[in-house]
Write a protein that binds this ligand. Structure first.
Ligand SMILES: *[C@@H]1O[C@H](CO)[C@@H](O)[C@H](O)[C@H]1NC(C)=O
Ligand SMILES: *[C@@H]1O[C@H](CO)[C@@H](O)[C@H](O)[C@H]1NC(C)=O
Ligand SMILES: *[C@@H]1O[C@H](CO)[C@@H](O)[C@H](O)[C@H]1NC(C)=O
Ligand SMILES: *[C@@H]1O[C@H](CO)[C@@H](O)[C@H](O)[C@H]1NC(C)=O
Ligand SMILES: *[C@@H]1O[C@H](CO)[C@@H](O)[C@H](O)[C@H]1NC(C)=O
Ligand SMILES: *[C@@H]1O[C@H](CO)[C@@H](O)[C@H](O)[C@H]1NC(C)=O
Ligand SMILES: *[C@@H]1O[C@H](CO)[C@@H](O)[C@H](O)[C@H]1NC(C)=O
Ligand SMILES: *[C@@H]1O[C@H](CO)[C@@H](O)[C@H](O)[C@H]1NC(C)=O
Ligand SMILES: *[C@@H]1O[C@H](CO)[C@@H](O)[C@H](O)[C@H]1NC(C)=O
Length: 622
């Protein structure tokens, strides 16, 4: 045989075997985030496009977390098809997952240039978010900081809430070699504390060898070092819907074994990575020590308290039944615990009325004392699980009094926030638009995701609470009702609610539909725009409702000047007229006398998203 031919053959064989080699584990290099590489060719960011097919069905494993804990929220976060996601996990579309439950997420994985990715997008929620926190914390390492920097135009120093980021998720399609060996799908798994290749092989019932080969480890390295929040690929020979997705409670392990990998030869990456690595490693260490400590404390507490609490439990059966499927964080407190939390309900712990501030297990809570039966409230609250609805931590019953324990909202109610001088410098259009959007999303959820729809019935600026990041949550579900009779709602004999917020059809006929909340929301938006009270006073006498006043502002000529005068002085000069007009028009449409002409909360929310985009553009161009 011609020796040259042989040489060429060997070369070719070597070349092709290289091209079809599997993916390489990125070690902790993937945690780097220096954002200086503008070429978009950092090989550690995403998996190389070397599979047999340019696109395929990929899978990710996502751990359910408080804001992403349902089929709908997780599929939105990952741009995955919700019905597929529900199907793969054998749950219904409306299912919620307990915290830390592993959820299999099907994604469309395809080559974009030299790398595989599944495209998703994410609207930045708070000013604390960074490219790193979004990749590592929100997406749990399923995306990477540098690939976010590559895909997005925003300078990492100037990320603002409301910006929409493109998020490439790490995924891959099997190579020809893997297909020959029976692999059909690859699951991107984000390594957790304590994970090792043998343990993962055991959990997912796939061979150690296939994991090693699939991630570019040498086959002799039986138990290579894995770094938390980096990804590895698990090869499956069938759709991973049969994965035993055991509910993983946080298993904290000594992080000592995750020593920094010093095998950086061959990789000529900057020393920056090393610093990041050290930083990350030491952060892990500190955080996990604290976490272990807190976990221990909690554990001790639970043991002590559980039994006596259950004995004291005498709430109506319907509530107890509701609690059975409530999320695990919900607790039944004893009065003694609440007394301790509030220094025996002392004056200095009183927020207002019968609402107290308290400290329970190191966390600030608000405790509301009521002498009415709370089953209706609890029944509605327990079905809801949304970022923009106040979260009920637990409940206590003692001698006919009921105590509801909520998450504490640092910035108090919207009404106070709007008229508090202290905040006037920091209040901006973008913040107010965000608040409006938050309320709209909360109501959208309330109206659409419970069946039959629920109506809050008492939306007003005192029932909107603001958390530490000035994100709004709807509270006070005391009057909330389910519209048992479907679309057309029902007729209420007794009128309850807040003056200035009640729509005409309710005042005239007692008619209750979701459009009632839309009307009240329109009034709250006017408050956000004008900073004025809903009842305008003149010389100490009530003159007219804010909504009526706005109608006359919007009518007739010289709109620009009139609207300019009417808008909150804190915002004046700091807005585009078009933007102010758009928001005002939206709120006026909510205030339509005819309920059927008012938009639905779905429509309001999407209009607000557009307005928010517009305001970003306006800010950027100024
Ligand atoms: C994995 O790493 C090896 C050695 O550094 C390299 O030759 C190979 O091309 C890499 N494979 C991929 C898919 O990037
Ligand atoms: C690759 O594509 C072919 C044809 O498009 C398809 O039949 C096959 O199932 C795909 N393989 C994988 C692993 O997705
Ligand atoms: C994924 O791809 C399929 C077929 O190409 C398409 O029908 C589907 O809409 C895609 N899903 C998403 C969420 O993009
Ligand atoms: C899916 O869940 C139902 C009950 O929710 C159960 O009966 C069924 O066996 C499950 N299917 C699989 C494949 O696990
Ligand atoms: C994903 O996004 C990248 C760049 O943003 C683009 O090139 C690619 O075509 C997109 N892929 C799909 C399937 O939409
Ligand atoms: C990455 O995210 C995880 C999970 O949210 C968190 O525990 C860890 O501290 C984060 N890492 C860093 C370096 O912030
Ligand atoms: C990002 O902002 C920083 C500080 O404002 C600046 O030094 C840097 O040059 C900017 N980078 C880019 C790519 O614009
Ligand atoms: C693990 O996989 C093997 C085949 O690879 C199969 O025979 C066995 O039943 C599986 N075990 C479980 C518990 O699913
Ligand atoms: C695939 O099979 C070949 C030959 O049986 C083997 O050498 C190779 O290591 C296997 N690869 C994987 C990923 O199991």
């Amino acid at each position: 045989m011609d020796p040259n031919f042989l040489r060429i053959f060997i070369c070719l064989w070597f070349f092709t075997s290289k091209v079809t080699s599997q993916q390489n584990y990125t070690k902790n290099l993937v945690l780097a985030c220096d954002g200086t590489d503008k070429t978009g060719t950092i090989p550690d960011n995403l998996y190389t496009c070397n599979g047999k097919n340019k696109s395929c069905q990929g899978f990710l494993l996502f751990k359910s977390q408080p804001s992403y804990n349902s089929v709908l929220t997780i599929s939105k976060l990952t741009h995955s098809d919700p019905s597929k996601l529900a199907h793969v996990n054998n749950v219904s579309l409306s299912a919620n997952f307990p915290t830390n439950k592993e959820v299999v997420v099907p994604v469309n994985c395809s080559c974009s240039g030299k790398y595989y990715q599944a495209n998703s997008s994410f609207v930045i929620p708070t000013s604390q978010d960074t490219y790193f926190s979004i990749a590592n914390n929100t997406y749990q390492g399923l995306s990477s900081c540098d690939s976010l920097i590559d895909e997005n135009i925003y300078n990492f120093t100037s990320l603002l809430p409301g910006y929409e980021l493109r998020v490439p998720l790490r995924c891959a399609c099997p190579t020809s070699n893997q297909i020959l060996n029976g692999t059909e799908y690859l699951l991107t798994y984000s390594v957790y504390w304590g994970d090792t290749v043998p343990k993962l092989s055991d959990r997912f019932n796939v061979s150690i060898k296939s994991i090693l080969v699939g991630n570019g480890f040498s086959e002799r390295e039986e138990d290579p070092t894995l770094f938390p929040f980096t990804t590895i690929l698990i090869p499956f020979s069938a759709k991973p819907d049969s994965i035993k997705t055991k509910i993983q409670t946080l298993q904290m392990q000594s992080p000592n074994r995750y020593v920094l990998n010093d095998n950086t030869k061959g990789k000529s990456k900057r020393g920056f990575y090393l610093c990041m690595g050290v930083l990350a490693a030491s952060t892990f260490l500190v955080i996990s020590c604290i976490a272990v400590f807190v976990a221990c404390l909690n554990h001790e507490k639970k043991k002590e308290n559980q039994t006596p609490n259950l004995k004291k439990w005498i709430l109506p059966k319907e509530v107890v039944d509701g609690i059975a499927d409530m999320d695990q964080a919900f607790r039944i407190f004893s009065l003694d615990e609440l007394k301790m939390a509030t220094n025996n309900f002392s004056v200095e712990f009183r927020l207002k009325g019968s609402v107290y501030r308290g400290i329970l297990a190191g966390e600030e809570v608000a405790i509301k004392k009521m002498n009415t039966n709370v089953s209706k409230v609890v029944n509605i609250l327990h079905k809801m699980n949304h970022f923009n609805l106040i979260r009920l931590h637990g409940i206590c019953e003692d001698e006919g009094y009921f105590y509801l324990v909520y998450k504490f909202m640092e910035n108090g109610c919207l009404k106070d926030w709007l008229c508090n001088e202290k905040f006037s410098f920091t209040q901006s259009w973008s913040q107010r638009i965000q608040i409006a959007l938050d309320i709209a999303k909360g109501l959208q959820y309330l109206h659409n995701f419970t069946n039959p729809a629920s109506v809050h019935k008492d939306i007003n600026s005192r029932n909107i609470l603001l958390d530490r990041n000035v994100r709004a949550k709807i509270a006070n579900f005391g009057l909330a009702r389910s519209t048992e009779r479907g679309e057309n709602g029902f007729v209420s004999m007794k009128l309850v609610g807040t003056r200035g917020y009640m729509p005409p059809e309710y005042l005239d006929f007692g008619s209750v539909t979701t459009k009632m909340d839309v009307y009240a929301f329109g009034v709250v938006m006017l408050e956000l725009i004008t900073g004025k009270d809903v009842i305008l006073m003149h010389d100490g006498r009530r003159t007219e409702y804010l909504s009526t006043a706005m109608i006359s502002v919007m009518a007739g000529e010289d709109l620009e000047t009139k609207l300019g005068d009417f808008i909150d002085s804190n915002l004046r000069g700091n807005y585009g007229l078009e933007l102010a007009l758009a928001i005002t028009r939206l709120s006026m449409s909510c205030l339509n006398r005819d309920p059927t002409s008012r938009p639905s909360m779905n429509e309001v929310a999407s209009a607000l998203v557009n307005i928010q985009m517009g305001s970003m553009k306006f800010l950027l161009s100024n």
